[in-house]
Design a protein around this ligand. Structure first.
Ligand code: F3S
Length: 430
């Protein structure tokens, strides 16, 4: 077989079948994928724990299940284990009517249990490994600076690249698993020094700290898949990557990645490569984008409202990407306080906060009293993926309110700023 890429003897041997026909196919898929993007070689994956984007057992995904069976039959697995995106269902905390539940479990996600068995066999780290925020300390799948990854989930890739300084392309589902199994990924794009250079200079000149999700949305829609270097945010975030800033950049990054296709951003004086190399990261012909209060408001007002005319929120989702521990604690406090302030005992609109299983466990053990108060309001905590719950024919017509720009982009959910969401769920406004 002819390949354009430079391959080592060990890689050629795998391609020729020294470790079996299926492993040869897995590697060949990665080689062909890399060749499409002009990759000249494969490089080793240095952060061994993978992360998979495909977490849902939709019955229609027959090729996926067949491929998994082939891998399992050949005894292949990701030796370093992997985490995976959140599950699509959680009937206990995100209830749905009995008809929906029947259709969800018997038709839509009829293969969920089978698929999770397959995931276990090919290396799923554990039964609690389901979250898009695998990189949070509680989840523990946290790469270091310079690590090469085989991930695909866009919000996790942009966080790992930008905030942790790891190196990963925006791969697609299954390629993330293939790279984790063979331990190589094609060397192109965001893996290279050149591909990590910024082609946009973004100046944030707002009078208050910008809402992370709207700022990320504005930048994503402007730069699309290019790399922005952002000035002015350190006025609001300072120059230290603490938990609060990481949560802000998690939400900002998810919006850049979903409203555009950003896989890496640099924040002046804050993110690791910007701190290290500063403006040397910017190409000489970089374009410029200035963001002020008016520009953020323009972007916010441009979001389409896809609810039926006159509809009122029936469900609020907070936590896409999943909330960090501090975010979960703050939202719980704010909800309890806002509901009480309205003289109510219960939230006015069904409300679900989403966070990884590890963060939820920490919250339950360190904040049991607050959790009880939160649950008394009727709000619930889940580790579900709100998008998987929402983006299907059954639930897409519900009037769902969210503070997630990713959820808004891929579903009919309506975006509100944090303070507006709090007013809606507490009944202060409808
Ligand atoms: Fe995570 Fe699902 Fe949102 S994977 S980023 S909670 S769409």
């Amino acid at each position: 077989m002819e390949y354009k890429m430079q391959l080592t003897d060990a890689q050629r041997a795998i391609l020729e079948g020294s470790e079996g026909e299926v492993k040869a196919k897995v590697l060949e898929t990665l080689v062909r994928f890399g060749e499409i993007f002009g990759a000249e070689k494969l490089v080793p994956v240095t952060h061994k724990e993978g992360h998979l984007v495909t977490s849902f057992g939709i019955g229609l995904l027959k090729p996926l299940f067949r491929t998994m069976d082939e891998l399992i039959g050949a005894g292949l697995k990701a030796e370093g284990g992997f985490t995976v995106d959140p599950r699509p269902i959680d009937y206990e905390n995100v209830r749905c009517n009995p008809l929906f539940k029947l259709i969800f479990s018997k038709i839509m996600y009829s293969k969920q249990a089978d698929y999770e068995r397959q995931l276990s066999k090919v290396g799923l780290s554990d039964a609690d490994a389901f979250s898009c925020t695998c990189y949070l300390k509680e989840m523990g799948n946290r790469p270091g600076k310079g690590d090469v990854l085989s991930w695909a989930e866009s919000s996790a890739v942009v966080f790992a690249n930008s905030v942790l300084g790891a190196r990963c392309n925006r791969n697609s589902g299954m390629l993330d698993l293939f790279g984790s199994i063979v331990g190589y990924v094609p060397y192109f794009g965001l893996l290279t020094d050149e591909g990590r250079k910024a082609t946009w200079k973004v100046y944030v000149n707002t009078s208050v700290k910008p809402e992370a999700q709207i700022l990320g949305s504005a930048i994503g829609m402007k730069v699309m898949e290019e790399v922005p270097y952002v000035y002015g945010l350190n006025k609001w975030l300072g120059e230290e990557l603490n938990d609060e800033n990481e949560a802000y950049l998690k939400n900002f990054g998810a919006a850049t990645a979903s409203n555009g296709a950003v896989g890496l951003y640099h924040i002046d004086k804050l993110t690791p490569e910007a701190r290290e190399s500063g403006e040397a990261l910017i190409t000489p012909d970089a374009k410029t984008y200035v963001i002020d209060d008016e520009e953020l408001e323009r972007v916010y007002k441009s979001y389409p409202v896809m609810w039926k005319e006159g509809a009122k929120a029936k469900l609020v989702f907070i936590g896409c990407p999943h909330l960090s521990y501090n975010e979960l604690t703050l939202w719980a406090e704010n909800i309890v306080e806002a509901v009480g302030r309205q003289g109510r005992k219960k939230v006015a609109v069904r409300t679900v906060l989403t966070a990884s299983p590890a963060v939820v466990k920490r919250f339950e053990s360190e904040n049991a009293e607050l959790k009880e108060k939160l649950y008394l309001t009727g709000a619930r905590i889940s580790s579900i993926c709100p998008l998987m719950y929402t983006n299907n024919p059954l639930t897409k017509l519900q009037a769902i309110a969210t503070n997630s720009n990713k959820l808004r982009t891929y579903s009919a959910a309506r975006y509100y700023k944090d303070e507006e969401i709090l007013k809606i769920l507490s009944g202060e406004v409808q």
